[in-house]
Ligand binder design. Structure first.
Ligand code: ADP
Ligand code: MG
Length: 657
């Protein structure tokens, strides 16, 4: 997966802004008519609550057009959500002001609040940076779980992620997994069926879809504009005549690309659009001037059935007719049944109404994947970049900055406790990620002190075996059970004093990762390497041996620390240029060992001495994502100063700090 997910970030005690798509249909009595979208969002909400996050949910409902429309309040949605969670969710009417701030500050871990319909603000659909900043100011982390609106660049789907680290939720992850599989592992023939009412929206992606599909079948309001373009009269039907030039060029392109473009041969026309209106089936060239096309006809269904029988992949978005009216629902229902009956094809249906139609006739279990999204799924499958994902990707490439404090063989129990307690109390931000490495004996106390804060604890070293007759050693599994989430491996001092040669470091790294710890692999060259101009080679070799045969290392759980061993106590300090050169060598080697996609997610940090006032220079280097410090981590002020220095440089300011 190209995006960070809620599982990759620590959210405990953090305010997390979650964009959900709870744009649900309401019944006349203002209750939720269909809660499937709310239910689809539950896994992410439950997951975040279990992790101890403080959740602020955001959604739109309908199209209030940038003003407060009481009928489009999220009240019913919030009530339904409260029922489903078995927990009171409060609805916040404002997003700025003291009251909101106090309310949010008072939240407890696992608590959920919901912001009122975000489209009440005109800035939402305009993607106004001011609104985006206000939203970002409410939280520490942004989660986008609204795949259905991922093709829109709005303040709550796009702008906000410019100001906060953004990750995807579990529903979004699942949608992307299935649709990426469909997009990349297509079996042909691939048929797409397009219908529905949002004509201009869908036409723009139609063209790109032509590069992918073997056949394109049209129905619903969308087909009318095509019929009109081809010279048929469409009477009173829903059409968008201004799209005719676009349609004409799509038809030409389909011909050029040898895509089979199937259009309705016959249609159901009605004198007016109402339940029991007079209607009949006519040929497409026989539509009466004052009548409207409301469904596809039986000959069309038969033709589509035949074509679909050959398909190995089918994507459908948009009903074939005005299926909300029983008399005009036949074409849509028939197509749904045909898809349900296809044995050899992978079938995907997306879109609010399309899914509703399939659910209505009870065949959804026979469909391989039902997506919550219509337009977004269509755009994604056509190969378009979804704006909401674009911003997340950028955050992802940034890699969450990281600071480690290695206490080495310092502190006694009381100091260790105090130090861990004070740093955890002072550091309440998710970025940079902060990890303390106390001596093994104090790991458990430190972990207790840090619990409930984003600060994590690690061991300074681990054994390569899980257990056994290894007097004096501590295994990765033991560290984990004592509350550690990290361990250092191959620290220059362990290499020097414990004789940890490269293969040993590799074995320890494997043990750490296999035990579920994140590992900080330390590499670096000696003065003799440097003097013989072998420093680049030496570091490449260390990486090759340590990770070369394990290309499956989870990128998020591996950090590489560059230690300029030659600079320690030699009077030859490592300059910015040296660090720049060596970290770029490391990144290059990671790429060649693990591939770009994995390598660009692995954090590379500088393991040398820095202070609060120069740490910014180091993390400004293109390949440096943080630091691993020694002595400076033994004093709360200097260590927190370093964390803050990184925050200012990488994360950027502009929030409540
Ligand atoms: P989805 O939600 O599945 O993406 P759309 O929102 O684009 O689909 O369109 C769904 C709507 O299209 C339905 O409410 C349906 O009544 C309408 N529709 C389908 N065919 C026609 C038609 N021939 N004329 C007018 N509206 C139509
Ligand atoms: Mg719709």
């Amino acid at each position: 997966m190209d995006y960070l997910t809620v599982k990759d970030v620590s959210v405990a005690e953090r305010h997390v802004l979650v964009r959900v798509d709870f744009n649900v249909p309401l019944s006349d009595d203002d209750s939720v008519a269909d809660d499937s979208r709310i239910k689809a969002g539950l896994p992410t909400i439950e997951f975040l609550r279990e992790q101890g996050a403080k959740l602020i949910l955001v959604s739109h409902l309908g199209r209030p057009g940038g003003r407060e429309v009481p009928d489009l309040s999220l009240r019913p949605v919030v009530d339904r959500l409260s029922e489903l969670l078995g927990e009171d969710v409060s609805l916040l009417r404002e997003i700025t002001g003291r009251e909101v701030r106090t309310r949010l500050a008072d939240m407890e871990a696992g608590e959920v609040v919901f912001l009122e319909n975000i489209r009440f603000h005109p800035g939402e659909t305009e993607n106004d940076p001011r609104l985006a900043r206000q939203l970002a100011g409410l939280a520490d982390i942004y989660v986008n779980d609204a795949f259905g609106t991922a093709h829109r660049a709005h303040a709550s789907t796009h702008g906000v992620a410019e100001y906060l680290p953004g990750v995807i939720g579990l529903l979004m992850e699942e949608e992307l997994r299935v649709l990426t599989g469909l997009r990349e592992g297509l079996r042909s023939p691939y048929c797409a069926i397009l219908g529905g009412a949002k004509i201009s929206d869908k036409l723009t992606v139609c063209r790109r879809l032509l590069n992918k599909v073997d056949a394109l079948m049209l129905g619903g309001g969308l087909a009318n504009t095509f019929s009109l373009c081809l010279g048929y009269s469409v009477g009173n039907s829903l059409v968008e005549p201004e799209m005719i030039p676009e349609v004409r060029s799509i038809v030409a392109e389909a011909n050029r690309k040898d895509v089979d473009l199937l259009m309705p041969l016959d249609v159901v026309v009605a004198r007016n659009i109402a339940p029991s209106a007079e209607s009949r089936v006519v040929d497409i060239n026989d539509v009466d001037p004052n009548w409207s096309i409301v469904d596809i006809g039986p000959r069309t269904v038969a033709r589509y059935r035949e074509k679909l029988g050959e398909a190995r992949t089918v994507f459908w978005n948009g009903p074939m007719g005005i299926f909300e009216i029983r008399d005009f629902a036949d074409g849509t229902h028939q197509i749904a049944r045909i898809l349900a009956g296809l044995e050899d094809a992978e079938t995907v249906i997306g879109g609010g109404e399309s899914v509703e139609a399939v659910t209505n006739i009870g065949v959804s279990d026979e469909i391989d994947h039902i997506s919550t999204a219509g337009g977004a799924a269509l755009a994604f499958l056509a190969g378009e970049e979804l704006p909401a994902l674009g911003v997340l990707q950028r955050v992802e490439r940034l890699r969450i900055p990281w600071v480690g404090g290695n206490w080495k063989m310092h502190t006694k129990m009381e100091d260790a406790r105090e130090l861990a307690g004070e740093i955890s109390a002072r550091w309440d931000r998710a970025e940079p990620e902060v990890v303390l490495f106390p001596p093994h004996t104090f790991v458990q106390q430190a972990a207790q002190e840090a619990s409930g804060s984003p600060v994590a604890i690690g061991g300074q070293d681990c054994h390569w075996e899980d257990s056994g007759a290894y007097t004096g050693s501590v295994s990765a599994i033991m560290l984990r059970s004592a509350g550690a989430r990290y361990t250092l491996v191959g620290h220059s001092e362990c290499r020097e004093y414990l004789g940890d040669y490269d293969e040993r470091v590799r074995d320890k790294l494997q043990a750490a990762v296999d035990a579920g710890l994140s590992a900080v692999l330390c590499v670096g060259e000696q003065l003799t390497d440097r003097d013989r101009n072998l420093h680049r080679e030496r570091v490449r070799e260390q990486l090759q041996i340590a990770i070369g045969d394990r290309p499956d290392y989870p990128a998020r759980k591996l950090i590489v620390a560059y230690e300029p061993v030659w600079a320690i106590g030699t009077g030859r300090p490592a300059g910015l240029q040296d660090v720049r050169e060596m970290t770029s060598v490391i990144r290059e080697e990671l790429e060649s060992l693990l591939g770009t996609a994995t390598a660009e997610r692995i954090r590379v940090v500088y393991g040398g001495s820095v202070k609060a006032d120069n740490v910014g220079d180091f993390v400004d280097l293109p390949d440096v994502d943080g630091v691993l410090v020694g002595g400076a981590s033994l004093r709360v002020k200097s260590f927190v100063g370093i964390c803050e220095g990184i925050r200012e440089h990488i994360v950027g300011s502009g929030d409540d700090g």
